[in-house]
Write a protein that binds this ligand. Structure first.
Ligand code: ADP
Ligand code: MG
Length: 262
């Protein structure tokens, strides 16, 4: 297989905040890890305020796709435009994109040597240059929103997994992102903690946040997703409303997948 490095020729659209505008546009994206093709002609347009759930078998490229959106992974062909800014190799542009996109990972990725509050204020103070007092106030507001303000001065290891993940969500929100991406946020949690994190995500969805969520929590998909994206072998196989996706899956591969997880 040949790895191409064609220059990207997309022209970024004008940035805008109106609902209905395009928040993320992924066009013809191909990616290889060495010889291994991990994404193949991926196309997805996400409208502002839309909630997208991405599912599919392990290894199908879900994480890689969303990591490309905030430039945690480079891609070799195609284009991605986030809030009017093209995701290119230009580091300044990458910083612009990352400032707009909050990311929550399976393993929480909190800084263990910082308190909950310090985890939440680190980027606002150092990246946004916000005065500490203001950063503290905003962080406490978001910690209240994820219902753990009383944990602010503890360290991550003193919290349960569900609490840590809610801190990770609050931390991302402290940067006032326009888009939130979640990569299997409940997969590392004990079953009794899944609901508290999903409830937090549902209430975030109710605020109108644009969300891209990789998850196999199909109840969540039914409850909040505007569209469900099914990936297999590096491709988007099917995109549909949750109703259609669950009741009339179009593709054989979707049917097989749903048969395994439902
Ligand atoms: P998913 O999130 O759907 O489980 P991933 O995007 O993590 O899938 O991975 C897609 C494929 O790419 C898998 O086959 C995985 O082994 C491979 N892969 C992921 N990251 C790397 C990497 N850094 N180097 C090489 N292969 C990778
Ligand atoms: Mg993954």
């Amino acid at each position: 297989m040949v790895v191409t490095t064609e220059p990207r020729t997309d022209t970024p659209a004008a940035a805008s905040d109106a609902p209905g505008d395009v928040a993320v546009k992924i066009s013809g994206v191909y990616k290889w890890f060495g010889e291994f093709q991990v994404l193949s002609d991926v196309n997805l347009e996400v409208t502002r305020g839309e909630r997208i759930v991405i599912c599919g078998p392990s290894g199908s490229g879900k994480s890689t796709m969303i990591r490309c959106v905030n430039a945690l992974e480079p891609f070799q062909r195609g284009s991605i435009v986030v809030d009017g800014v093209s995701v290119t190799d230009d580091l300044k542009r990458i910083d612009e994109v990352r400032r707009e996109v909050g990311m929550v990972f399976q393993q929480f990725n909190l800084f263990p040597h910082l308190t909950v509050l310090q985890n939440c204020t680190l980027a606002p103070i150092h990246v946004r240059k916000m005065p500490r007092k203001e950063a503290d106030e905003i962080a406490m507001r978001y910690l209240a929103r994820v219902r753990i303000p009383e944990q602010a001065n503890k360290y991550p290891a003193q919290l349960s997994g569900g609490q840590q993940q809610r801190v990770a969500i609050a931390r991302a929100l402290c940067m006032s992102p326009k888009i939130m991406m979640f990569d299997e946020p409940t997969s590392a949690l004990d079953p009794e903690m899944v609901k508290e994190v999903l409830d937090t995500m549902v209430s975030l969805a109710e605020t109108g946040m644009t969300m891209l969520c990789v998850t196999h929590e199909m109840g969540f998909a039914r409850q909040v997703a505007d569209r469900v994206v099914f990936m297999d072998a590096g491709q988007i196989v099917e995109i549909n409303t949750p109703e259609e996706f669950f009741s009339h899956p179009q593709h054989e591969r979707t049917k097989t997948f749903l048969g395994q997880i439902l």
